[in-house]
Design a protein around this ligand. Structure first.
Ligand code: AHM
Ligand code: MG
Length: 341
């Protein structure tokens, strides 16, 4: 039989569609220090769930899936139907994938023990962040962190498997359901972003090796909180205004973070008079984005300490968050310090 080697066609007819998330994960498998296929499977499970959630979000206005679910979650916040849908989808994908032993979710008051004797990983997630934007067609997101359990595989889950500081994450990422849908993740070797191609049902590598600008001119904070925040933050905001920086605040953490990561900027959710620990949760909001920020060359702090070094003490613990371009985070910290001496 006559054969000939494969010759890729580089003409206009044979243009490349790019690198799919699946292929990228496979290519990068050797980067992981541990049994690599398992972590890859979790990332694939998350990607699959995010495609389903993306579909639900896209048609939310046409189906009966908008609005409140009628419950409040453990944080006392009203759950939206889509919060619940997203929680079901991500939990189910992670359960069926078989690599995870426990899930921490913003929507579940307790740790979900999957009773999976072979699962080596713990996932913390906010299945759908930006609740106030869900019903009004504004960008929202999913946030996730992946840890290796520290107790022996097959034994009952222990608090130390769950209460790990952010510096122990083996992977973290987010999905942004925006004007396009993107999945951005890190496994500790840089940050890569993938854009969803709806007609093919695939994420394609669109933002390889994301590097955040060291400095920026965007500040993102809910200025309606002005009467409740410290002098230090007020001074920092004033200094941003004096330099004609742009105020940009969507009120969806993932979207605000993503913009600032690409363009340079800072996102702040400070401690307030009503919420001295801030609003955002350490385990499944701050830690994940802090890991991504640092991997992209940006920074994340609670105003004093590196987010990734905070030892969690409770499941739904909150933390103030200063995240984004390193120069801006350091400046904000400087103002806080100055105001307290
Ligand atoms: P959620 O987890 O209930 O959606 O709350 C988190 C959201 C973030 O996405 C966003 O940055 C912040 O809350 C906005 O809060 P506020 O409306 O107080 O500015
Ligand atoms: Mg949230």
């Amino acid at each position: 039989m006559k054969t000939k080697p494969y010759q890729p066609d580089h003409s206009a007819l044979g243009y490349s569609v790019g690198v799919t998330l699946d292929r990228f994960i496979k290519m990068k498998q050797d980067d992981f220090p541990f049994a690599s296929g398992e972590l890859s499977q979790i990332l694939r499970d998350i990607a699959l769930a995010s495609k389903i959630v993306n579909r639900e979000i896209n048609r939310a206005g046409l189906s009966n899936i908008g609005g409140a679910f009628g419950n409040t979650n453990v944080q006392g916040e009203e759950q939206q139907k889509l919060d619940v849908v997203a929680n079901i989808r991500f939990s189910r994908a992670l359960t069926k994938g078989g690599e995870v032993c426990a899930i921490v979710s913003e929507e579940d008051d307790e740790v979900i023990d999957l009773q999976n004797s072979s699962g080596k990983y713990v996932v913390a997630m906010d299945p759908l962040d930006g609740s106030s934007n869900i019903d009004v067609n504004i960008s929202i997101g999913t946030i996730f962190s992946i840890y290796r359990r520290v107790t022996p595989v097959g034994s009952p889950i222990q608090p130390e498997d769950i209460m790990q500081p952010g510096n122990k994450q083996v992977a973290a990422g987010y999905v942004l359901y925006g004007s396009s849908t993107m999945l951005v993740y890190t496994t500790g070797k840089g940050v890569n972003g993938f854009t969803y191609e709806q007609s093919l049902g695939e994420f394609f590598l669109s933002h390889p090796n994301i590097c955040a600008p060291k400095d920026g001119k965007i500040y993102s904070i809910n200025e309606g909180l002005n009467s409740q925040i410290s002098e230090g933050i007020k001074n920092y905001i004033t200094s941003c205004k004096e330099r004609d920086f742009s105020a940009r605040y969507i009120g969806s953490l993932v979207a605000d973070f993503h913009r600032n990561l690409l363009k340079g900027g800072i996102y702040i959710y400070p401690s307030t008079a009503k919420a001295p620990e801030g609003k955002l949760r350490l385990l499944y909001e701050a830690n994940s984005l802090a890991f991504i920020a640092e991997q992209a060359g940006a920074s994340a702090s609670d105003g004093r300490n590196r987010i990734l070094d905070i030892q969690p003490t409770s499941l739904h613990q909150r933390t103030p968050l200063y995240i984004g371009s390193t120069v801006m985070v350091e400046e904000a910290e400087g103002h806080l310090k100055e105001a307290t001496v």
